[in-house]
Design a protein around this ligand. Structure first.
Ligand SMILES: [Zn+2]
Ligand SMILES: [Zn+2]
Length: 234
């Protein structure tokens, strides 16, 4: 009763508003949701969901030597960008629901054995108070993997780094401890895929422990030929 009263009061003081346009009602209103660009539209790299008009695989995911593919729901722009920022920097927790619904519908949902959230370094997680990737995965409810995948080295911001720099930056940043993953197909979950360098490094570690395939599913895909790329931190 007290909790319900408190939440009713909170709703009066801070009614739910659309993170993209400010309309009252939902964390993401229907028009703003409808305005996002699905990664199933337009010319796409079949391997990484990135925009790519030239057919075949794009040069970006060609650099992945452990990650087997990325599948993402929306381009990281407009409302989708607001959703990502709203969860990560403003902790609008309801947005984890919006994102997990989209990720759960992605095609690979039926073709993996176990899932891991892309881990944050514990100091960053402590500062932020949560790992957005884990929030999304928890809400989807996919079967988690055994053991523990963790980020053991702080990698700092990767904003503005090119793929090769990001790759060097994340090298050795992750560790898996637990039983062998022999023959298992793994899906990583995150809010955003940018270059995929972080997920590729997670994939390398998981494959060192026997994983057969490792792909990543995420809410948004950064197509960073944009001149106005706002910073996205891991
Ligand atoms: Zn809206
Ligand atoms: Zn690609």
């Amino acid at each position: 009763m007290a909790t319900r009263l408190a939440s009713a009061l909170l709703n009066i003081l801070y009614p739910e508003r659309c993170v993209a346009c400010g309309a009252f009602g939902l964390p993401l209103c229907e028009p703003c949701e409808a305005g996002m660009t699905p990664c199933s539209q337009g010319g796409r790299c079949p391997n990484c969901s990135g925009r790519w008009e030239d057919g075949g695989n794009c040069p970006r995911c060609f650099a992945w030597d452990a990650l087997d593919g990325a599948i993402t729901a929306f381009d990281l722009e407009g409302s989708a960008r607001r959703v990502v920022h709203g969860l990560k920097y403003r902790y609008v927790e309801a947005l984890a629901g919006v994102m997990s619904e989209s990720v759960a519908k992605l095609p690979p949902a039926a073709s993996f054995d176990i899932a891991y959230p892309v881990p944050l370094h514990r100091s960053r997680q402590r500062r932020r108070g949560f790992n957005q990737a884990a929030l999304i995965l928890n809400r989807i409810g996919w079967v988690g993997g055994p053991g523990r995948l963790e980020r053991i080295r702080k990698t700092g911001t990767q904003v503005g780094m090119r793929h090769a720099e990001r790759r060097a930056n994340v090298r050795g940043a992750f560790r898996y401890t637990g039983p062998a993953l022999d023959g298992l197909n793994v899906i990583l979950v995150d809010d955003v895929v940018t270059t995929g360098a972080t997920a590729n490094e997670c994939a390398r570690v998981l494959k060192d422990h026997g994983a057969r395939t490792v792909r990543i599913a995420a809410f948004a895909r950064a197509n960073y030929d944009h001149s106005v790329d706002a910073p996205i931190l891991d």
